[in-house]
Design a protein around this ligand. Structure first.
Ligand SMILES: N[C@@H](CCC(=O)N[C@@H](CS)C(=O)NCC(=O)O)C(=O)O
Length: 202
């Protein structure tokens, strides 16, 4: 049995999107978390060691970190075609995007959001490199890996949609985000994401 610990409007929302794309059978445990503004509280039922989301339980095994959860679920539903089989060169490219998202892109965008790019030339360089790489990859499109929509589009695309105000002006980003938003599974996920207020009241 699969259970996702999910807080509305958070990093686990992209896993709801992935579940919709995969047609996966996953129980969703809606929970509260401590938000950046200090609101909210840790859910004692959430098994994540830091009380964060996402967390996935599969028959008692705990999987954390968005990229790991996403790749794990994608691997359980190979017929959905959002990943690549072991041994396929495409899998190597996909893994590169997934690890790049966590190790390079997220810190680069946080450098911009926190204002560090205004004072730290290394943060600015990191931001320029990350956004430049995305524009280059998405120039031809429609997806990060060309014609094939993959789990990397969900992990990276959701971050770009959320952080659009912190990206450079570029029609490449706008067109990509519009393509992502036009996916029926994204609309279903948005409807299923949940309500912070109701989660708190529960
Ligand atoms: N690197 C983790 C980050 C998870 C994370 O920070 N999640 C936030 C929600 S966006 C959270 O649960 N915050 C609650 C807390 O920090 O206590 C991942 O990508 O899964």
């Amino acid at each position: 049995m699969l259970t996702l610990f999910h807080a509305p409007e958070s990093r686990s929302s992209r896993l709801i999107w992935l579940i919709e794309e995969l047609g996966a059978e996953v129980d969703i445990h809606y929970c509260d978390i401590v938000r950046r503004d200090g609101s909210g509280a840790r859910d004692p039922l959430n098994p994540h060691p830091d009380g964060k989301v996402p967390a996935l339980l599969h028959d008692g095994a705990l999987i954390t970190e968005s990229g790991a959860v996403a790749l794990y679920l994608t691997g359980l539903y190979p017929d959905a075609g959002l990943g690549f089989p072991q041994g396929s060169p495409g899998r190597g490219v996909l893994l590169s995007w997934m690890f790049w998202a966590a190790g390079e892109m997220e810190p680069a965008l946080w450098g911009r959001i926190s204002g560090a790019t205004g004072t730290d030339p290394i943060a600015q360089l990191r931001y320029d490199q990350a956004t430049g790489r995305l524009i280059e990859a998405l120039w031809d499109g429609p997806w990060l890996m060309g014609d094939r929509f993959t789990v990397a589009d969900i992990i990276i695309g959701s971050a770009l949609g959320w952080g659009r105000d912190y990206l450079p002006d570029s029609p490449v980003f706008d067109a990509y985000i519009a393509r992502l938003n036009a996916r029926p599974a994204k609309a279903r996920a948005d409807a299923r994401d949940g309500d912070i207020a109701l989660t708190r009241a529960a």
